[in-house]
Design a protein around this ligand. Structure first.
Ligand code: SF4
Ligand code: SF4
Length: 98
């Protein structure tokens, strides 16, 4: 990491990220399965804060500003709760550095 990049604030770094939002959700979350999940690990693990607990114990999920890091898929212990694919070609997150 060069010095110029390391001195940038989080907000400035995020300003270099672009999201090309596809019509097809590349990640879907089955809120019915989430209702029986007691840990809700995805809520704290997602660096983009895309998982929001709902009052009925489920999860509200928004795929649009996803970094495609795969963390949610790794931490989720409930089979079938998360369906994860990459966005369609040319869409998704774009990191522009420098
Ligand atoms: S996505 Fe996985 S970790 Fe998150 S609430 Fe649903 S079952 Fe739990
Ligand atoms: S892939 Fe990463 S950024 Fe996208 S929803 Fe999962 S944890 Fe969040």
């Amino acid at each position: 990491m060069n010095e110029r990049w390391s001195q940038l604030s989080f907000e400035d770094r995020m300003a270099t990220v672009e999201f090309r939002v596809g019509e097809r959700a590349h990640i879907t979350v089955d809120s019915d399965i989430c209702r029986s999940c007691t840990t809700k690990d995805c809520v704290v693990a997602c660096p983009a804060n895309l998982f929001a607990p709902t009052a009925d114990g489920g999860i509200l999920f928004n795929y649009e500003e996803c970094f495609e890091c795969g963390t949610c898929y790794q931490v989720c212990n409930s089979e079938g709760a998360i369906t994860w694919t990459y966005p369609d070609g040319g869409q998704g997150v774009v990191f522009r550095r420098g």
